[in-house]
Design a protein around this ligand. Structure first.
Ligand code: DX5
Ligand code: ZN
Length: 214
């Protein structure tokens, strides 16, 4: 699988949203990552469907929507038209399997994610029903936090189970990803990298993205 880089719009300057999206795309972004937070599943509130629609109006690359919300079953449909992928959390308070199936039935790809404190084994029942496994490499809620290297164990587990189970999901990492931690993630088996601060905070976004790809 070729490596995908998904800059996280959470770290962009929202006052210059259009320009920031163009810059990220010209710099080589494969996807744009959208972090939706509800203040319940995570300790922060970010943005919702209306903001994502603004992004969708200008973006030309596929949108990767990360729903850090307790009830994705009630809200995923609001993102279905604009998203290429919709990822929900295994810690959500809903029927996760049914929600993943509904996302796929709507024509989106479906992802499952887990927080740092949740063991990889919790994903086992869903591995055959997802297109993406998102391993959080920070406690979700805020950009700019330090990468947790101990999460590489889960990336390796995702890669091992993918091989042994004959699954086709992408393996994405999210949180504290830069050239150095991105290399560790690739080595562990990740193929998709979310990067907020290291891309939108860079003076040369194209250099930051190509450093991640290597
Ligand atoms: C964290 C979010 C991330 C965040 C990553 O809660 O899920 O997508 O934007 O930001 P950086 O790359 O700055 O850690
Ligand atoms: Zn995210």
């Amino acid at each position: 699988m070729s490596v995908f880089i998904a800059p996280s719009v959470l770290a962009a300057d929202w006052g210059r949203l259009h320009e920031q999206i163009r810059l990220a795309e010209q710099a080589g972004a494969d996807w744009l990552h959208l972090d939706v937070m509800d203040g319940h599943l995570v300790d922060n509130i970010s943005f919702g469907p209306a903001f994502c629609e603004c992004v969708a109006r200008v973006a030309t690359v596929p949108l990767d929507v990360h729903l850090m919300i307790t009830r994705p079953d009630l809200y995923w449909q609001r993102f279905a038209k604009l998203a290429h992928n919709i990822t929900i959390h295994v810690e959500a308070d809903c029927d996760v399997a049914a929600t993943l199936a509904a996302i796929r039935a709507a024509g989106c790809s479906a992802g499952i994610s887990l927080k740092p404190g949740t063991p990889f084994a919790r994903l086992e029942p869903f591995l055959g029903a997802v297109d993406l496994v998102l391993v959080m490499t920070v406690e979700p809620g805020y950009g700019g936090q330090p990468f947790m290297p101990e999460m590489m164990e889960k990336v390796r587990a995702a890669a091992d189970r993918k091989r042994s189970g004959g699954f086709a999901y992408r393996i994405e990492v999210d949180g504290g990803i830069n050239a150095k931690t991105g290399a560790l993630s690739l080595e562990a088996g990740a193929d998709t990298m979310v990067a907020g601060t290291s891309v939108f905070g860079a003076t040369d976004m194209a250099a930051a993205i190509s450093a991640l790809r290597k």
